[in-house]
Design a binder for this molecule. Structure first.
Ligand code: MG
Length: 341
């Protein structure tokens, strides 16, 4: 198989996108092509430095170095992704791009969408939340009202800095939609307990990553003191992280770009559910290529937060759509994604 990659420059739909631990406006994503006897599978790498220190240039180098490891048989996805995980443990986004390209390629060779390849029913697609990033309370309230008017059924609110109460109050004044809250590691365990108790009053469904990653006992401390469900995101990178979280969190946020692609995401979904945890599929600021790949797994999970493609300007790809708040998969083979002219 012939593996190539290119870097695309992207920018956010709003002037910037801000969360408790970062802010971005212009960024890059790497698009991978995997060709086999004239058929091309596509994948995306959107690295995040907090996972393995990977950036787009590093992802590109990994893809270059992986050319000899992909072999000649696109159907041996488990073997190829296993070799890549061993060779490049700190390059989850680059491995994800190759994993997605393999799934896209095999789907195209078989003539079936990825969702059907996995035995899943496309009519079981969940609604997706729409993310309101950190801004002044009136701006967040205005964006929340606009999202409700566009048909979204649930909003994800970024918090984790000073003024969270004012933000939630302003948004609650603008819409009655259910809210999910993401603190992106912004609180200490003690602050988290206090803040999560207050969040219950705003009709919040669950709170994502209230505390820094890496301390299972801190999760347990919070969980024993609050009623709202709590979800691990930065703490739940790959399958190896999940055993320590059993009993400490109610749910996990699984992302293709963190874990290395479809194969690892499936293992995580089944492990988490087997241990009684709920599962959300989340994303980075990806194009419709990466978002559509994740959407093919969405019939397996409880919640979807697959809106990264809606938060960037000039999405170079077209794939999954949102109708009346619900994800709708394309019906083409593989990922079903096409590049815009
Ligand atoms: Mg999160």
């Amino acid at each position: 198989m012939n593996l190539t990659a290119e870097i695309l420059d992207l920018r956010t739909a709003n002037e910037s996108f801000r969360i408790a631990r970062a802010e971005t406006s212009a960024f890059q994503t790497a698009i991978v092509s995997l060709e086999h006897e004239g058929t091309v599978g596509l994948g995306e790498a959107h690295p995040s430095a907090i996972y393995g220190g990977e950036d787009t240039a590093a992802a590109l180098r990994t893809v270059e170095a992986a050319r000899e490891l992909v072999g000649d048989d696109p159907f041996r996805i488990e073997d190829v992704t296993g070799r890549l995980a061993e060779a490049f443990p700190d390059a989850p986004a680059a491995r994800c791009a190759i994993d997605l390209a393999l799934h896209d390629l095999v789907g195209k060779l078989l003539g079936v969408p990825l969702c059907r390849m996995l035995g899943l029913s496309p009519e079981r697609m969940p609604v997706t939340s729409y993310t309101i990033d950190l801004a002044e309370p009136p701006v967040m309230a205005e964006r929340a009202a606009a999202a409700a008017a566009r048909g979204f059924k649930v909003l994800k609110i970024k918090v984790g800095t000073d003024g969270d109460d004012e933000r939630l109050a302003a948004i609650r004044g603008a819409t009655r939609l259910p809210l999910r809250v993401d603190a992106n590691t912004g609180w200490t365990p003690e602050q988290a307990v206090e803040m999560i108790r207050r969040m219950a009053g705003y009709g919040v469904e669950f709170v994502e990553q209230p505390i820094p990653a890496g301390d299972a006992e801190a999760w347990r401390y919070v969980r024993e003191r609050v009623d709202l469900p709590i979800m691990a995101d930065e703490s739940a990178v790959s399958l190896a992280d999940l055993p320590a979280l059993v009993g400490c969190v109610d749910a996990v946020n699984i992302k293709l770009m963190k874990c290395g692609g479809v194969r690892e995401a499936l293992r995580m979904i089944h492990f988490a559910r087997g241990c009684g945890m709920k599962v959300m599929l989340g994303c980075m600021l990806e194009t419709s290529l990466g978002i559509t790949a994740a959407a093919h797994l969405a019939p397996l999970v409880d919640w979807a937060d697959l809106d990264g493609n809606l938060l960037i300007a000039d999405d170079p790809f077209e794939g999954v759509q949102v109708r009346d708040g619900r994800l709708v998969l394309p019906d083409g083979p593989g990922l079903g994604v096409r590049r815009r002219a």
